[in-house]
Design a protein around this ligand. Structure first.
Ligand SMILES: [Zn+2]
Ligand SMILES: [Zn+2]
Ligand SMILES: [Zn+2]
Length: 138
């Protein structure tokens, strides 16, 4: 489950506030241990008694991406709650090409070092996607 205090402090850092909509959407996303499409998330929320529309879901997901709480999995257009609050290394999303699960763990992310070269300075805490097989599929 999502840590509400952590969310509040993250929002404060970036001068934003948590609305009930923002909270409901991030809470639902935090119940999953893999990534989900915006439509999949909409379906889950609305079957739990909410009546969101898809543009609200996209807008709120973008908000949480901006705050650094949600990652977008570019290769399949899904969304995942961030599982690692460190900003001193890359956030590596492990995307299984067999079962399509997407996971993030500090253990792997920590091993991917940020290149220290003059011609390019990578932004800290950014997301990279690694494709391969998860432990269940390999
Ligand atoms: Zn992350
Ligand atoms: Zn797999
Ligand atoms: Zn970490």
């Amino acid at each position: 489950m999502i840590d509400k205090l952590k969310l509040i402090s993250k929002c404060k850092e970036s001068g934003k506030s948590i609305t009930p909509q923002r909270f409901d959407i991030i809470e639902e996303l935090s119940k999953l241990n893999t990534s989900i499409s915006a439509y999949g998330l909409l379906e889950r929320l609305n079957s739990n008694g909410h009546s969101f529309n898809i543009s609200t879901i996209y807008r709120v997901l973008d908000f949480w991406i901006g705050v650094g709480i949600v990652h977008k999995v570019e290769s399949n257009n899904t969304y995942l709650i961030c599982n690692d609050s460190h900003t001193d290394h890359f956030h590596v999303l492990l995307h299984c090409s067999n079962c399509e699960s997407v996971e993030e763990s500090c253990k792997t992310s920590n091993k991917v070092s940020i290149p220290n070269v003059q011609e390019f300075t990578p932004k800290k805490g950014q997301v990279i996607e690694l494709h391969g097989l998860c432990s269940r599929c390999s």
